[in-house]
Write a protein of this length. Structure first.
Length: 131
């Protein structure tokens, strides 16, 4: 997949490589579409599963749609455990302290709390150690 994405981002002109986008993770609409076509070609046309790239692209899109309709286990977690009234009431009851804690960790240069910082804070606060 990565190879197909990179190939869609580079234009070979007179043995020079011209990259359309400077940001590594940005993707223009045509680059996204070209990546999808390349993946469909590799997955379905080249092995002989379909006769044309168009059929391969249709098959790829149908496969993606079917996988999305099934749903992901993470959504079950959200529906059954995270987005519940009990969870919301607990968050609301502790929101003032959570905001104070967050604001004490954030500086003007730092915009987020890393997992390591959060774990270190919990270890220090609760008195746990690495043993």
């Amino acid at each position: 997949m990565d190879t197909q994405f990179i190939a869609s981002r580079v234009d070979v002109q007179k043995n020079n490589f011209k990259c359309y986008n400077q940001n590594k993770m940005d993707c223009n609409r045509f680059e996204f579409f070209e990546t999808m076509v390349r993946v469909a070609n590799c997955k379905y046309k080249q092995p002989g599963i379909t006769q044309t790239v168009s059929e391969a692209l249709e098959m790829l899109i149908e496969t993606i749609k079917q996988n999305q309709e099934i749903g992901q286990p993470s959504q079950l977690f959200r529906d059954e455990l995270l987005w519940t009234r009990e969870c919301n009431l607990t968050l609301d009851a502790n929101l003032k302290g959570i905001k104070r804690l967050y604001n004490s960790l954030i500086t003007t240069k730092q915009k987020k709390v890393t997992m390591g910082e959060a774990m270190q804070l919990m270890i220090e606060t609760v008195g746990l150690n690495d043993e």
